[in-house]
Design a binder for this molecule. Structure first.
Ligand SMILES: [Zn+2]
Length: 82
């Protein structure tokens, strides 16, 4: 397998969930022997995780606003209870 072309293409397909079983095995076999691709694959997965958590964090803008609005009330109540 060609390192910086075919294997990277397979990585992207893998992360899209678009990989045939045979290709997945091919990719795994290559990753076991190629440190550069291991590193690249790790970075790709990390980026995707970051993007996903960012989406999760920024999506409910309204929710965040509601929490912020509620903060002073909550604080008061906590102080009062003490
Ligand atoms: Zn490689």
């Amino acid at each position: 397998m060609e390192c910086n072309k075919e294997s990277v293409e397979l990585m992207h397909k893998y992360l899209d969930g678009d990989l045939y079983k045979k290709e997945e095995e091919q990719l795994r076999a290559h990753l076991e022997t190629c440190e550069a691709c291991q590193h690249h694959f790790h970075e790709l997965k990390r980026t995707i995780t970051l993007i996903k958590s960012a989406e999760h964090f920024t999506a409910p803008m309204d929710f965040t606003q509601k929490v912020m609005d509620r903060l002073p009330t909550e604080k008061k109540r906590v102080t009062y209870m003490r």
